[in-house]
Design a protein around this ligand. Sequence first.
Ligand code: IMP
Length: 176
Amino acid sequence: MIYFITGNRHKYVEAKKIIDDIEMKHIPYPEIQADSLEEVAKFGIDYLKNKIEAKFFLEDSGLFIDALKGFPGVYSAYVFKTIGNDGILKLMEGKKERKAYFKAVIAYYDGSVHIFQGICYGEIAMEKRGEGFGYDPIFVPEGSKKTFGEMSKEEKNKYSHRGKALMAFKKFLNSQ
Ligand code: IMP
């Protein structure tokens, strides 16, 4: 059994559908302000590794919008809490170029650190559609007309950054 250290139940439910042998554990850890998701995730591992007996992983993700030069990127959580989806849609008003991507970095600790990542390219919708969490209602992945918010968790996993990172992680676990 492996702990998924997160306070985000949505992330956990998505992960559980791909890797069954996990349990959610909420232990807050500092999310440092760094230039990359990898640095944030690795710092989290360093902070937690002496506090948890079992094997564990955490995940850090972000939305990178081309027309905003990669914003909100590593600031995605803060930007979601402050201006939210309405704020992003406002910043995108009048923009024809709506390409964006989500990136997820999983850091797994089993005595040493292993990093897995997934990227999902797509675009920012013209308006919010559906439910989900975070930026789900405003992100349409390439190959679909639906936003993540309009998809089931299973369907989202087929396209999503997290789904891809989890599949890479699962492959690694299976090869152990
Ligand atoms: P963190 O990885 O929890 O720091 O998430 C960064 C921000 O991106 C948070 O506001 C999340 O809600 C958002 N986010 C991360 N993954 C997703 C996703 O799959 N869909 C929508 N928003 C996401």
